[in-house]
Design a protein around this ligand. Structure first.
Ligand SMILES: *Cc1c(COP(=O)(O)O)cnc(C)c1O
Length: 402
């Protein structure tokens, strides 16, 4: 009998009971807007910002409407002008070049390595060729480059680093939380990330002027003194008439849902690590399949798993994805010609006039992606790995026989 997986790759865990109760309290109060507070009350959103800043060990945090909003807000806070080049990973998701395009700036894509991190030699070459002032570094699927090397390149070329930590919330590099190696970091609290308020995001920094600009940009209606993880009012005084309001605030209902989830994040990261380990264990030493190499200084959050099928032709990959799907295992292929679901690729972003990036093309043509929701059990991981292993080996054998 062939093994089949019957679970769901997109089923999240329920919102924890304490978060549901906190949300009900906010709804009973009617004070959902972050600046709508009773006498002496601290808003849920302000409290969440303090907690997130403390969690990361940074001075300033702004909670916003989405991760994509945080990325755009970061670019605006840095004063990136229309038409300016912004370096970013060719291997990332659509909201990253989208945030650059939203301010009229120009995404400049940098090649990806087989470890799914930014290619440092190409980064240097692109920085020199374009004179870009900003690197929007996307830790796509949780894979982080050598951050010391990135910092050195940034220093040499006068680059600000905005870290896109949508997939690394809860992870670290070199013992420091992901999001503390650049000038600004952006996070997402969207349902498919690591804490879930449906939509939501964070912008963090240690720079008081950038933090003040971000708060004003997010739509603070001059109520910036109600922010606690923000700089002193004097910093705002200098900026308040020069920074436009581009509303993208978080609200108290989402903040209430997120606070207990943030407290539970370290436990969730440990659970993800156990699932990711079980899955990698089941796939290790499968002929025709390569796991992704990991920098020992990086601590990844295992909310998804990637592997490579080096030198497979497209028809074989397509047949593998179909065969796994028929057995209940949902794999995504980044080499597909058309954008499906979450697997759009740099050359699908026509507005950004993507160049040819042959190295990234080779990496993506071999790349398979899979979600690992926390509703999976260790047993689920074993079953899923067994299905993939059997289907990969059947095809690798056939290819060898040809
Ligand atoms: C989800 C995501 C974002 C932005 O998040 P939203 O909250 O959906 O706007 C940014 N970068 C990457 C890599 C993402 O996957």
């Amino acid at each position: 009998m062939t093994t089949r997986f019957t679970g769901s790759f997109t089923q999240q865990e329920p919102i924890p009971q304490d978060a549901i109760e906190a949300a009900i309290r906010v709804m009973r109060s009617g004070r959902l807007h972050r600046y709508n507070v009773a006498e002496g009350e601290r808003s849920q959103t302000a409290a969440l910002e303090v907690e997130f800043a403390a969690y990361l060990g940074v001075r300033y945090c702004l909670a916003v409407a989405s991760g994509g909003y945080a990325l755009g807000c970061a670019l605006r806070a840095l004063g990136v002008a229309p038409g300016a080049p912004v370096l970013t990973n060719a291997f990332t998701l659509a909201p990253v070049p989208g945030a650059i395009a939203a301010i009229g700036a120009r995404p400049v894509f940098v090649e990806s390595t087989e470890s799914l991190t930014i290619d440092l030699a190409h980064l240097e070459a692109q920085a020199a060729a374009t004179g870009a002032k900003v690197l929007m570094l996307s830790h796509m699927r949780g894979h982080q480059p050598d951050m010391e090397a990135v910092q050195r390149i940034a220093r040499d070329h006068g680059l600000w680093i905005i870290e896109d930590c949508a997939h690394t919330m809860g992870g670290s590099w070199g013992g420091a939380p992901s999001g503390t190696h650049g000038t600004i970091a952006c996070f997402s609290a969207q349902t498919y990330k690591h804490i879930n308020s449906g939509e939501g995001g964070f912008l963090t920094t240690n720079d008081p002027e950038l933090a003040a600009r971000a708060v004003l940009l997010s739509g603070s209606y001059m109520l910036y003194d109600r922010h606690e993880a923000a700089p002193e009012p004097e910093v705002f005084e200098r900026l308040r008439t020069e920074v436009p309001n581009i509303s993208g605030r978080m609200d108290n209902l989402r903040a209430a849902i997120l606070r207990p989830q943030l407290a539970a994040l370290p436990d969730q990261v440990a659970r993800w690590a156990a699932l990711h380990d079980a899955m990698e264990e089941g796939l290790r030493n499968t002929p025709g399949l390569a796991l992704i190499a990991r920098d020992p200084k990086a601590v990844r959050v295992g909310s998804s798993l990637q592997f490579r099928l080096p030198n497979w032709d497209g028809a074989a990959v397509r047949s593998l994805v179909a065969a796994c799907k028929a057995r209940g295992v949902e794999l995504k292929w980044f080499g597909d010609d058309i954008a499906r679901g979450y697997t759009s690729r740099y050359d699908h972003w026509g507005y950004a006039a993507p160049p040819d990036l042959p190295q990234t093309d080779r990496v993506l043509a071999a790349l398979i992606d899979m979600r690992l929701p926390l509703t999976f059990s260790q047993d689920d991981c074993r079953v899923i790995a067994e299905v993939i292993r059997e289907e990969v080996m059947a095809r690798a054998r056939r290819a060898a026989a040809e």
